[in-house]
Write a protein that binds this ligand. Structure first.
Ligand SMILES: O=C(O)C1=C[C@@H](OP(=O)(O)O)[C@@H](O)[C@H](O)C1
Ligand SMILES: C=C(OP(=O)(O)O)C(=O)O
Length: 429
Protein backbone atom coordinates (compact mmCIF):
# COMPACT_ATOMS: atom_id res chain seq x y z
CA UNK A 1 0.00 0.00 0.00
CA UNK A 2 1.18 3.50 -0.82
CA UNK A 3 -0.24 6.48 1.00
CA UNK A 4 -1.29 9.02 -1.62
CA UNK A 5 -1.02 12.77 -1.28
CA UNK A 6 -4.40 14.24 -0.23
CA UNK A 7 -5.94 17.64 0.45
CA UNK A 8 -3.84 19.51 -2.09
CA UNK A 9 -2.96 23.13 -1.27
CA UNK A 10 -3.60 25.83 -3.87
CA UNK A 11 -0.70 26.21 -6.31
CA UNK A 12 0.47 27.94 -9.45
CA UNK A 13 2.97 25.71 -11.19
CA UNK A 14 4.59 24.87 -14.56
CA UNK A 15 5.58 21.34 -15.48
CA UNK A 16 6.40 19.15 -18.43
CA UNK A 17 5.37 15.54 -18.95
CA UNK A 18 7.42 12.66 -20.44
CA UNK A 19 7.51 11.82 -24.14
CA UNK A 20 4.57 10.41 -26.03
CA UNK A 21 4.25 6.64 -25.58
CA UNK A 22 2.73 5.91 -28.99
CA UNK A 23 5.37 7.94 -30.84
CA UNK A 24 8.21 6.43 -28.77
CA UNK A 25 7.18 2.84 -29.65
CA UNK A 26 6.89 3.69 -33.33
CA UNK A 27 10.20 5.57 -33.41
CA UNK A 28 12.01 2.43 -32.24
CA UNK A 29 10.13 0.07 -34.56
CA UNK A 30 10.42 2.24 -37.68
CA UNK A 31 14.02 3.18 -36.85
CA UNK A 32 14.86 -0.53 -36.61
CA UNK A 33 13.49 -1.37 -40.07
CA UNK A 34 14.88 1.79 -41.70
CA UNK A 35 18.20 1.96 -43.51
CA UNK A 36 20.80 3.97 -41.61
CA UNK A 37 20.79 5.57 -38.21
CA UNK A 38 17.81 7.10 -36.42
CA UNK A 39 17.97 9.31 -33.33
CA UNK A 40 15.05 9.78 -30.98
CA UNK A 41 14.94 12.85 -28.73
CA UNK A 42 12.49 13.01 -25.84
CA UNK A 43 11.91 9.22 -25.83
CA UNK A 44 9.64 7.89 -23.07
CA UNK A 45 11.69 5.63 -20.78
CA UNK A 46 8.59 3.92 -19.42
CA UNK A 47 8.38 0.14 -19.08
CA UNK A 48 6.20 -0.29 -22.19
CA UNK A 49 8.59 1.51 -24.54
CA UNK A 50 11.62 -0.13 -22.92
CA UNK A 51 9.96 -3.48 -23.75
CA UNK A 52 9.87 -2.41 -27.41
CA UNK A 53 13.58 -1.46 -27.31
CA UNK A 54 14.46 -4.81 -25.74
CA UNK A 55 12.51 -6.82 -28.31
CA UNK A 56 14.09 -4.95 -31.23
CA UNK A 57 17.54 -5.54 -29.69
CA UNK A 58 16.71 -9.26 -29.47
CA UNK A 59 15.92 -9.13 -33.18
CA UNK A 60 19.49 -7.97 -33.82
CA UNK A 61 19.09 -4.19 -33.93
CA UNK A 62 21.84 -2.23 -32.15
CA UNK A 63 20.09 0.36 -29.96
CA UNK A 64 22.03 2.56 -27.55
CA UNK A 65 21.13 5.40 -25.21
CA UNK A 66 23.35 8.49 -25.16
CA UNK A 67 24.01 8.95 -21.44
CA UNK A 68 24.37 12.73 -21.75
CA UNK A 69 21.40 13.60 -23.96
CA UNK A 70 19.20 10.55 -23.27
CA UNK A 71 18.76 10.21 -27.03
CA UNK A 72 17.97 6.74 -28.32
CA UNK A 73 20.24 5.82 -31.22
CA UNK A 74 19.05 3.05 -33.51
CA UNK A 75 21.26 1.44 -36.16
CA UNK A 76 18.52 0.49 -38.61
CA UNK A 77 18.81 -2.92 -40.22
CA UNK A 78 16.31 -2.43 -43.06
CA UNK A 79 13.13 -4.44 -43.53
CA UNK A 80 15.01 -7.63 -44.36
CA UNK A 81 17.89 -7.26 -41.90
CA UNK A 82 16.23 -8.44 -38.69
CA UNK A 83 17.43 -11.71 -37.16
CA UNK A 84 15.58 -14.55 -35.47
CA UNK A 85 15.70 -14.54 -31.69
CA UNK A 86 16.36 -17.82 -29.92
CA UNK A 87 14.44 -16.42 -26.97
CA UNK A 88 10.83 -15.46 -26.38
CA UNK A 89 10.10 -11.81 -27.19
CA UNK A 90 8.73 -10.24 -24.00
CA UNK A 91 6.22 -7.43 -24.58
CA UNK A 92 5.59 -7.04 -20.83
CA UNK A 93 2.36 -5.11 -20.19
CA UNK A 94 2.32 -3.43 -23.59
CA UNK A 95 -0.51 -4.11 -26.03
CA UNK A 96 1.08 -1.68 -28.49
CA UNK A 97 4.33 -3.67 -28.54
CA UNK A 98 2.62 -7.02 -29.09
CA UNK A 99 0.13 -5.89 -31.71
CA UNK A 100 2.49 -3.71 -33.78
CA UNK A 101 5.23 -6.32 -33.73
CA UNK A 102 2.84 -9.09 -34.76
CA UNK A 103 2.33 -7.14 -38.00
CA UNK A 104 6.04 -6.61 -38.50
CA UNK A 105 7.05 -10.18 -37.67
CA UNK A 106 4.26 -11.74 -39.79
CA UNK A 107 6.31 -10.90 -42.90
CA UNK A 108 9.75 -11.93 -41.64
CA UNK A 109 11.66 -15.02 -42.81
CA UNK A 110 11.95 -16.52 -39.31
CA UNK A 111 9.82 -17.80 -36.44
CA UNK A 112 9.01 -15.54 -33.47
CA UNK A 113 7.14 -15.98 -30.22
CA UNK A 114 5.65 -12.94 -28.48
CA UNK A 115 4.85 -13.22 -24.78
CA UNK A 116 3.53 -10.79 -22.18
CA UNK A 117 2.55 -10.42 -18.53
CA UNK A 118 -0.66 -11.74 -16.92
CA UNK A 119 -2.63 -8.66 -18.01
CA UNK A 120 -1.45 -8.79 -21.64
CA UNK A 121 -2.24 -12.53 -21.72
CA UNK A 122 -5.93 -11.65 -21.31
CA UNK A 123 -6.08 -9.11 -24.13
CA UNK A 124 -7.74 -9.99 -27.44
CA UNK A 125 -5.42 -10.68 -30.37
CA UNK A 126 -7.98 -11.88 -32.96
CA UNK A 127 -8.27 -8.25 -34.07
CA UNK A 128 -4.70 -8.41 -35.43
CA UNK A 129 -4.57 -12.13 -36.18
CA UNK A 130 -7.59 -12.05 -38.54
CA UNK A 131 -6.35 -9.39 -40.98
CA UNK A 132 -2.79 -10.75 -40.86
CA UNK A 133 -4.04 -14.28 -41.62
CA UNK A 134 -6.01 -12.81 -44.56
CA UNK A 135 -2.68 -11.47 -45.84
CA UNK A 136 -1.26 -14.99 -45.70
CA UNK A 137 0.44 -14.84 -42.31
CA UNK A 138 0.86 -17.91 -40.13
CA UNK A 139 0.04 -16.70 -36.62
CA UNK A 140 -1.41 -18.64 -33.73
CA UNK A 141 -2.52 -17.78 -30.21
CA UNK A 142 -2.04 -19.83 -27.06
CA UNK A 143 -3.29 -23.39 -27.55
CA UNK A 144 -5.41 -22.45 -30.58
CA UNK A 145 -6.98 -19.46 -28.79
CA UNK A 146 -6.96 -15.80 -29.75
CA UNK A 147 -4.93 -14.84 -26.70
CA UNK A 148 -1.16 -14.44 -26.21
CA UNK A 149 1.45 -15.84 -26.33
CA UNK A 150 1.53 -15.52 -30.13
CA UNK A 151 3.59 -17.80 -32.35
CA UNK A 152 4.42 -16.45 -35.79
CA UNK A 153 5.87 -18.79 -38.44
CA UNK A 154 7.55 -17.59 -41.63
CA UNK A 155 5.53 -17.70 -44.86
CA UNK A 156 6.59 -17.47 -48.54
CA UNK A 157 4.97 -14.07 -49.06
CA UNK A 158 2.29 -11.75 -47.72
CA UNK A 159 -0.37 -10.40 -50.05
CA UNK A 160 -1.97 -6.98 -49.93
CA UNK A 161 -5.56 -6.71 -48.65
CA UNK A 162 -8.43 -4.27 -48.59
CA UNK A 163 -9.59 -4.36 -44.97
CA UNK A 164 -12.52 -2.65 -43.31
CA UNK A 165 -11.68 -2.51 -39.63
CA UNK A 166 -14.36 -3.83 -37.27
CA UNK A 167 -12.86 -1.90 -34.31
CA UNK A 168 -11.47 1.62 -34.03
CA UNK A 169 -7.89 0.70 -33.09
CA UNK A 170 -4.60 2.34 -34.00
CA UNK A 171 -2.79 -0.82 -32.94
CA UNK A 172 -4.71 -2.95 -35.45
CA UNK A 173 -4.29 -0.34 -38.20
CA UNK A 174 -0.56 -0.14 -37.47
CA UNK A 175 -0.08 -3.92 -37.45
CA UNK A 176 -1.68 -4.13 -40.91
CA UNK A 177 0.44 -1.26 -42.24
CA UNK A 178 3.65 -2.87 -40.95
CA UNK A 179 2.67 -6.14 -42.64
CA UNK A 180 1.64 -4.22 -45.78
CA UNK A 181 5.18 -2.84 -46.13
CA UNK A 182 6.27 -6.45 -46.67
CA UNK A 183 3.34 -7.52 -48.90
CA UNK A 184 3.02 -7.64 -52.69
CA UNK A 185 0.70 -4.93 -53.99
CA UNK A 186 -1.36 -2.13 -52.49
CA UNK A 187 -3.02 -2.57 -49.11
CA UNK A 188 -6.02 -0.45 -48.19
CA UNK A 189 -7.17 -0.08 -44.60
CA UNK A 190 -10.55 1.51 -43.96
CA UNK A 191 -11.08 2.81 -40.45
CA UNK A 192 -14.38 2.64 -38.60
CA UNK A 193 -13.57 5.90 -36.81
CA UNK A 194 -10.30 7.81 -37.12
CA UNK A 195 -7.84 6.56 -34.48
CA UNK A 196 -4.41 7.99 -33.64
CA UNK A 197 -2.45 8.46 -36.88
CA UNK A 198 1.15 8.37 -35.65
CA UNK A 199 2.04 5.33 -37.74
CA UNK A 200 0.83 6.99 -40.94
CA UNK A 201 2.60 10.28 -40.16
CA UNK A 202 5.82 8.58 -39.13
CA UNK A 203 5.91 6.18 -42.10
CA UNK A 204 5.69 9.28 -44.32
CA UNK A 205 8.49 10.93 -42.31
CA UNK A 206 10.65 7.82 -42.90
CA UNK A 207 10.07 8.28 -46.65
CA UNK A 208 7.20 5.87 -47.30
CA UNK A 209 4.63 6.85 -49.91
CA UNK A 210 1.34 6.39 -48.06
CA UNK A 211 -2.00 7.95 -49.00
CA UNK A 212 -4.67 8.99 -46.53
CA UNK A 213 -8.11 9.99 -47.80
CA UNK A 214 -10.50 10.38 -44.89
CA UNK A 215 -10.80 6.94 -43.33
CA UNK A 216 -8.96 5.21 -46.21
CA UNK A 217 -5.23 4.52 -45.97
CA UNK A 218 -3.33 3.05 -48.91
CA UNK A 219 0.22 1.73 -48.93
CA UNK A 220 2.25 -0.21 -51.51
CA UNK A 221 4.57 -2.96 -50.33
CA UNK A 222 8.29 -3.10 -51.04
CA UNK A 223 9.17 0.45 -49.99
CA UNK A 224 12.35 1.40 -48.15
CA UNK A 225 12.48 3.47 -44.95
CA UNK A 226 15.33 5.94 -44.37
CA UNK A 227 16.69 6.69 -40.89
CA UNK A 228 15.45 9.93 -39.30
CA UNK A 229 15.82 12.22 -36.32
CA UNK A 230 12.60 12.25 -34.31
CA UNK A 231 11.58 14.72 -31.63
CA UNK A 232 8.98 13.21 -29.35
CA UNK A 233 6.63 15.79 -27.78
CA UNK A 234 5.10 15.38 -24.31
CA UNK A 235 2.30 12.82 -24.07
CA UNK A 236 -1.18 14.37 -23.90
CA UNK A 237 -2.36 11.18 -22.18
CA UNK A 238 0.11 11.90 -19.33
CA UNK A 239 -0.70 15.62 -19.36
CA UNK A 240 -4.38 14.71 -18.89
CA UNK A 241 -3.87 13.98 -15.15
CA UNK A 242 -2.56 17.48 -14.55
CA UNK A 243 -5.15 19.11 -16.81
CA UNK A 244 -7.81 17.51 -14.62
CA UNK A 245 -6.03 18.47 -11.38
CA UNK A 246 -5.69 22.09 -12.48
CA UNK A 247 -9.40 22.31 -13.30
CA UNK A 248 -10.71 20.46 -10.24
CA UNK A 249 -8.58 21.83 -7.38
CA UNK A 250 -9.44 25.19 -5.83
CA UNK A 251 -7.26 28.26 -6.49
CA UNK A 252 -4.99 26.39 -8.86
CA UNK A 253 -3.25 27.21 -12.11
CA UNK A 254 -1.12 24.64 -13.94
CA UNK A 255 0.85 25.16 -17.14
CA UNK A 256 1.92 21.99 -18.93
CA UNK A 257 4.68 22.63 -21.43
CA UNK A 258 5.36 20.99 -24.78
CA UNK A 259 2.33 18.71 -25.00
CA UNK A 260 1.87 16.90 -28.34
CA UNK A 261 -1.18 18.31 -30.11
CA UNK A 262 -2.05 15.78 -32.78
CA UNK A 263 -5.68 16.20 -33.90
CA UNK A 264 -6.36 12.45 -33.49
CA UNK A 265 -5.35 12.64 -29.80
CA UNK A 266 -6.76 15.95 -28.61
CA UNK A 267 -10.35 14.93 -27.80
CA UNK A 268 -9.84 15.73 -24.10
CA UNK A 269 -9.36 19.42 -24.91
CA UNK A 270 -12.77 19.47 -26.62
CA UNK A 271 -14.31 17.79 -23.57
CA UNK A 272 -12.74 20.36 -21.23
CA UNK A 273 -14.23 23.14 -23.38
CA UNK A 274 -17.64 21.44 -23.47
CA UNK A 275 -17.54 21.14 -19.66
CA UNK A 276 -16.79 24.86 -19.32
CA UNK A 277 -13.18 24.42 -18.14
CA UNK A 278 -10.74 27.34 -18.26
CA UNK A 279 -8.16 26.27 -20.82
CA UNK A 280 -5.54 28.14 -22.84
CA UNK A 281 -3.59 26.45 -25.61
CA UNK A 282 -0.46 28.23 -26.89
CA UNK A 283 0.92 26.35 -29.92
CA UNK A 284 4.72 26.14 -30.18
CA UNK A 285 6.68 27.10 -33.30
CA UNK A 286 7.56 23.42 -33.94
CA UNK A 287 3.98 22.87 -35.17
CA UNK A 288 3.53 19.66 -33.16
CA UNK A 289 3.13 20.73 -29.55
CA UNK A 290 1.65 23.41 -27.30
CA UNK A 291 1.85 24.83 -23.79
CA UNK A 292 -1.50 24.27 -22.12
CA UNK A 293 -2.71 26.25 -19.11
CA UNK A 294 -5.69 25.26 -16.98
CA UNK A 295 -7.30 27.05 -14.03
CA UNK A 296 -9.79 26.04 -11.31
CA UNK A 297 -13.20 25.82 -12.96
CA UNK A 298 -16.80 24.97 -12.18
CA UNK A 299 -17.37 22.13 -14.61
CA UNK A 300 -20.71 21.09 -16.04
CA UNK A 301 -21.78 17.64 -17.22
CA UNK A 302 -21.44 16.57 -20.86
CA UNK A 303 -22.03 13.63 -23.21
CA UNK A 304 -19.02 11.85 -24.72
CA UNK A 305 -19.69 9.33 -27.50
CA UNK A 306 -19.17 8.23 -31.10
CA UNK A 307 -16.13 9.32 -33.10
CA UNK A 308 -14.80 11.38 -30.21
CA UNK A 309 -14.08 8.20 -28.21
CA UNK A 310 -10.96 6.98 -30.10
CA UNK A 311 -9.55 10.52 -29.84
CA UNK A 312 -9.48 10.32 -26.02
CA UNK A 313 -9.67 6.61 -25.28
CA UNK A 314 -6.82 6.50 -22.72
CA UNK A 315 -8.04 9.69 -21.03
CA UNK A 316 -11.47 8.30 -20.13
CA UNK A 317 -10.53 7.24 -16.56
CA UNK A 318 -9.40 10.78 -15.68
CA UNK A 319 -12.35 12.30 -17.58
CA UNK A 320 -14.60 10.12 -15.40
CA UNK A 321 -13.04 11.75 -12.33
CA UNK A 322 -13.73 15.19 -13.83
CA UNK A 323 -17.37 14.18 -14.30
CA UNK A 324 -17.71 13.25 -10.58
CA UNK A 325 -16.98 16.92 -9.78
CA UNK A 326 -19.17 18.50 -12.50
CA UNK A 327 -22.67 19.85 -12.16
CA UNK A 328 -25.17 17.35 -13.59
CA UNK A 329 -25.02 13.84 -15.00
CA UNK A 330 -22.29 12.98 -17.55
CA UNK A 331 -22.85 10.17 -20.03
CA UNK A 332 -19.97 8.29 -21.62
CA UNK A 333 -20.99 5.84 -24.36
CA UNK A 334 -19.43 3.77 -27.17
CA UNK A 335 -16.36 3.04 -25.05
CA UNK A 336 -16.61 -0.77 -24.75
CA UNK A 337 -12.92 -0.89 -25.82
CA UNK A 338 -12.11 0.16 -22.25
CA UNK A 339 -13.13 -3.31 -21.14
CA UNK A 340 -10.15 -4.88 -22.95
CA UNK A 341 -7.35 -2.56 -21.81
CA UNK A 342 -4.80 -3.38 -19.06
CA UNK A 343 -7.84 -4.18 -16.92
CA UNK A 344 -11.59 -3.76 -17.43
CA UNK A 345 -11.43 0.02 -17.04
CA UNK A 346 -15.22 0.43 -17.09
CA UNK A 347 -15.58 -1.67 -13.95
CA UNK A 348 -12.31 -0.59 -12.30
CA UNK A 349 -13.05 3.15 -12.60
CA UNK A 350 -16.63 2.78 -11.31
CA UNK A 351 -15.63 0.58 -8.36
CA UNK A 352 -12.68 2.68 -7.24
CA UNK A 353 -14.35 6.09 -7.66
CA UNK A 354 -17.42 4.78 -5.80
CA UNK A 355 -15.13 3.56 -2.99
CA UNK A 356 -14.05 7.22 -2.70
CA UNK A 357 -17.68 8.37 -2.46
CA UNK A 358 -18.50 9.14 -6.12
CA UNK A 359 -21.70 8.07 -7.91
CA UNK A 360 -20.59 6.23 -11.02
CA UNK A 361 -22.73 3.57 -12.73
CA UNK A 362 -20.91 1.25 -15.11
CA UNK A 363 -22.85 0.49 -18.32
CA UNK A 364 -22.12 -1.96 -21.16
CA UNK A 365 -20.00 0.64 -22.96
CA UNK A 366 -19.17 3.43 -20.53
CA UNK A 367 -20.56 5.20 -17.48
CA UNK A 368 -23.33 7.37 -16.17
CA UNK A 369 -21.72 9.72 -13.66
CA UNK A 370 -23.61 11.92 -11.23
CA UNK A 371 -21.51 14.97 -10.47
CA UNK A 372 -21.04 17.04 -7.34
CA UNK A 373 -19.58 14.31 -5.08
CA UNK A 374 -17.32 15.20 -2.17
CA UNK A 375 -14.65 12.49 -2.28
CA UNK A 376 -13.62 10.87 1.02
CA UNK A 377 -10.91 8.64 2.43
CA UNK A 378 -10.68 5.02 1.29
CA UNK A 379 -8.28 2.22 0.43
CA UNK A 380 -8.23 1.86 -3.36
CA UNK A 381 -6.51 -0.30 -5.95
CA UNK A 382 -5.01 0.20 -9.40
CA UNK A 383 -5.51 -3.40 -10.58
CA UNK A 384 -1.94 -3.00 -11.91
CA UNK A 385 -3.28 -0.51 -14.47
CA UNK A 386 -1.16 2.65 -14.75
CA UNK A 387 -4.04 4.84 -15.91
CA UNK A 388 -6.24 3.79 -12.98
CA UNK A 389 -3.36 4.35 -10.53
CA UNK A 390 -2.66 7.88 -11.78
CA UNK A 391 -6.36 8.81 -11.86
CA UNK A 392 -6.70 7.68 -8.22
CA UNK A 393 -3.79 9.89 -7.12
CA UNK A 394 -5.48 12.93 -8.70
CA UNK A 395 -8.75 11.89 -7.00
CA UNK A 396 -6.91 11.67 -3.67
CA UNK A 397 -5.77 15.29 -4.02
CA UNK A 398 -9.48 16.24 -3.75
CA UNK A 399 -9.97 14.33 -0.47
CA UNK A 400 -10.00 16.89 2.35
CA UNK A 401 -9.57 14.67 5.43
CA UNK A 402 -8.23 11.20 6.17
CA UNK A 403 -5.97 8.91 4.14
CA UNK A 404 -6.13 7.42 0.68
CA UNK A 405 -4.02 4.27 0.31
CA UNK A 406 -3.32 2.77 -3.11
CA UNK A 407 -2.55 -0.88 -3.70
CA UNK A 408 0.04 -1.39 -6.47
CA UNK A 409 1.22 2.14 -7.17
CA UNK A 410 4.36 1.06 -9.07
CA UNK A 411 2.31 0.37 -12.22
CA UNK A 412 2.67 4.07 -13.09
CA UNK A 413 6.16 3.10 -14.34
CA UNK A 414 4.47 1.65 -17.43
CA UNK A 415 3.91 5.08 -18.96
CA UNK A 416 5.03 7.74 -16.45
CA UNK A 417 7.88 6.73 -14.10
CA UNK A 418 8.22 10.27 -12.63
CA UNK A 419 4.50 10.64 -11.93
CA UNK A 420 4.59 10.57 -8.10
CA UNK A 421 7.72 12.75 -7.98
CA UNK A 422 5.97 15.34 -10.11
CA UNK A 423 2.89 15.22 -7.86
CA UNK A 424 5.17 15.72 -4.83
CA UNK A 425 7.02 18.59 -6.52
CA UNK A 426 3.74 20.40 -7.20
CA UNK A 427 1.70 19.72 -4.06
CA UNK A 428 4.06 18.11 -1.50
CA UNK A 429 5.15 20.06 1.54
O1 LIG B 1 -1.46 2.59 -31.11
C1 LIG B 1 -1.20 3.01 -29.97
O2 LIG B 1 -0.10 3.51 -29.66
C2 LIG B 1 -2.27 2.92 -28.95
C3 LIG B 1 -3.57 2.70 -29.34
C4 LIG B 1 -4.70 2.60 -28.40
O3 LIG B 1 -5.07 1.24 -28.32
P1 LIG B 1 -6.08 0.54 -29.38
O4 LIG B 1 -5.43 0.47 -30.69
O5 LIG B 1 -6.33 -0.83 -28.79
O6 LIG B 1 -7.31 1.40 -29.38
C5 LIG B 1 -4.33 3.11 -27.01
O7 LIG B 1 -5.31 2.71 -26.09
C6 LIG B 1 -2.97 2.65 -26.56
O8 LIG B 1 -2.63 3.21 -25.32
C7 LIG B 1 -1.89 3.08 -27.54
C1 LIG C 1 -4.03 0.78 -23.37
C2 LIG C 1 -2.81 1.26 -23.18
O1 LIG C 1 -1.64 0.75 -23.71
P1 LIG C 1 -1.35 -0.64 -24.43
O2 LIG C 1 -2.58 -1.02 -25.22
O3 LIG C 1 -0.16 -0.40 -25.28
O4 LIG C 1 -1.06 -1.66 -23.35
C3 LIG C 1 -2.62 2.49 -22.37
O5 LIG C 1 -1.49 2.98 -22.32
O6 LIG C 1 -3.58 3.01 -21.75
Amino acid sequence: MTELLTNAPSVQHSLSVPGDKSISHRAVILGSIAEGQSRVKGFLFGEDCIATINVMRQLGVPITIDSETNEVIIEGRGLTGLQASTQLLDCGNSGTTMRLLSGLLAGQAFKSQLIGDASLNKRPMARVMNPLISMGANIEGYQGSELPPLTIQPVEALTAIRYEMPVASAQVKSAILLAALQADGETEVIEQAVSRNHTEEMLQLFGVDLKVEGKHIKLNGGQTLKGQTIEVPGDISSAAYFLAAGLLLADTELKIENVGLNETRSGILEVIQAMGGQLEVQPRANGISADITVRSSRLKATVIEGELIPRLIDELPIIALMATQAEGVTLIKDAAELKVKETDRVVAVADQLNALGAEVTATADGWEIKGGSQLREAAVKSYGDHRIGMMLQIAALLVKAGRVDLEDATCVNISYPEFFETVQAIWGA
